[in-house]
Design a protein around this ligand. Structure first.
Ligand code: 0WD
Length: 272
């Protein structure tokens, strides 16, 4: 039981398809005690039964853009759950219209919403949790290849993920003073509620499956297990890292898709 005796806060479960659910499951399976947050009332109905599934009744309302929620979080955790050893930040949002069409058309408002909710939230949540985080703890966030590279339709969320990955490095230094580690998993595409907002997401899934070295898409269980490793003492020497859990897709310098002599799309290794 790798996580026995450890307590953690999971932020970003919308339902049991969420990546944060996979991470919670892996940590719970290894003996961790968990507390959860929900964004708003409709999501509370989804999150409470999930907390029960993991034998927890430590459930708090948290909109990461609400300072009152952030300010009261540490006190609530301290009084009914106790200090935590790890924190999962699995939150991102951009207005739907910003995730289709051209990046050039991104509005100031959409840009600010994406950056506040998807990037600054890691900084503010980390800060809010520091008073209840044990020294030697671990913080994990979720990012995507659309940060360092161009991905169609990802647009402003790509810019936000680039800033998030940079924030991981800066936070890793600040939190390192207390031996608290900060890392990110860059997950391959997974069909979740958030992903359904991205234009043409099915094509991204198919493309990844065709071109990744492992010829498949990853599951929330796979991301969950890697997340559990980064939250556990097994990764005590790892901080400021962006760890790819994407069936290897990010290493590819050449796609597997090619055109045959008639212009038909085929797998590259079938090309003559
Ligand atoms: O392909 C994917 N699904 C990938 C997701 C690939 C690589 C990375 N990611 C990232 C996302 O960008 C995000 O950072 O993983 C993280 C989790 O996303 P998810 O598991 O794919 O999506 P989902 O199940 O929708 O969970 C994200 C949740 C929100 O769900 P909805 O769908 O209601 O927006 O983030 C939460 C909310 O529960 N969230 C907030 N929580 C607190 N305050 C807020 C907020 N203001 N906004 C969204």
């Amino acid at each position: 039981m790798i996580m026995k005796g450890k307590k953690g806060l999971i932020v970003g479960i919308a339902n049991n398809k969420s990546i944060a659910y996979g991470i919670a499951k892996a940590c719970h399976d290894q003996g961790a005690q968990l507390a959860f947050t929900y964004l708003n009332e409709p999501l509370e109905k989804r999150v409470r039964p999930i907390a029960k599934e993991f034998n927890s009744d430590a459930v708090y309302e948290l909109d990461v853009n609400n300072d009152e929620h952030l300010n009261s979080l540490a006190d609530s955790i301290k009084s009914d759950f106790g200090n935590i050893d790890f924190l999962v930040h699995s939150v991102a949002f951009a207005p739907r219209e910003a995730l289709e069409g051209s990046f050039l058309d991104t509005t100031r408002e959409a840009f600010n919403i994406a950056m506040q909710t998807s990037v600054f939230s890691l900084v503010s949540l980390t800060k809010a949790c520091m008073p209840v985080m044990n020294d030697g703890g671990s913080i994990l966030t979720l990012t995507y290849l659309g940060g360092p590279k161009y991905i169609p339709h990802y647009n402003v969320m790509g810019v936000a993920k680039a800033a998030l990955e940079s924030s991981v490095r800066y936070l890793a230094v600040d939190c390192g003073d207390r031996n608290i580690r900060v890392n990110a998993i860059s997950a391959g595409p997974i069909k979740t509620l958030a992903a359904s907002g991205i234009g043409d997401f099915r094509t991204i899934l198919k493309w990844n499956e065709a071109n990744a070295p492992l010829k498949k898409n990853v599951t929330t269980d796979e991301v969950g297990n890697s997340g559990m490793y980064l939250l556990s003492d097994l990764s005590k020497g790892v901080t400021g890292e962006i760890h790819y859990v994407d069936a290897g897709y990010n290493i590819m310098g050449m796609g597997a898709i090619a055109k045959d002599d008639e212009g038909k799309t085929i797998l590259a290794w079938d090309a003559k």
